[in-house]
Write a protein of this length. Structure first.
Length: 194
């Protein structure tokens, strides 16, 4: 059994009108979505920096910024220790490395002339002192902050920017694409005159 449906020129013009609306508005919708993704990503990164999740409790000056442009945006992490927190350092960083550290021009974990190794030490008093600092074996270094000398084996990678990227890809972008897709679809359908 066959059914015939007649389509006249007005139906085609109406569909063309709907396609024209889509053509005229798709960039605007995409840029609005990009702006929303960027702002939500900044909020997510801020919450990690302001929460109690930092791997190094000595870091306090991390903050975010965004740049919005036509068809592009950036979420920017700022602070003198942002790379240290993101990628980690020392033995602890090496034990918990950042997944994409090799793609950046960064020094290897435990590299540099200031790194010392407990195996190179023959002084039992130093071994006892290092043990009071939580260092029993492996590589370590010292630094001074506010007149106090600290001994450390580094920190694991915090991966806050990496986690923000994954949150946007896994959660925020699909949610916004679904919402925006519905808006675009509804407007497209409404623009076709019946």
């Amino acid at each position: 059994m066959a059914t015939q449906v007649e389509v006249d020129i007005f139906d085609l013009k109406s569909t063309i009108s709907g396609l024209q609306w889509l053509y005229d508005n798709i960039d605007k919708q995409a840029n609005e979505m990009l702006e929303e993704i960027t702002k939500n990503g900044q909020k997510y990164l801020d919450s990690q920096y302001k929460g109690a999740t930092l791997k190094d409790p000595n870091i306090t000056e991390l903050f975010t910024d965004i740049k919005l442009g036509n068809n592009e945006s950036e979420i920017i992490a700022r602070g003198k220790d942002v790379l240290y927190e993101e990628f980690g350092t020392g033995d602890k960083g090496e034990d918990n490395p950042h997944p994409v550290k090799s793609k950046y021009d960064l020094n290897d974990y435990n590299s540099g002339s200031y790194i010392m190794d407990t195996r190179d030490n023959s002084n039992p008093h130093l071994d006892q002192f290092l043990a009071t600092q939580g260092i029993y074996n492996g590589k370590y270094w010292t630094y001074k902050k506010d007149g106090v000398r600290y001994y450390t084996q580094g920190v694991p990678s915090g991966q806050e920017v990496w986690n923000t990227r994954n949150y946007l890809i896994d959660t925020e972008i699909p949610k916004l694409a679904k919402e925006r897709g519905k808006i675009i679809n509804d407007n497209f359908i409404r623009s076709i005159k019946r």
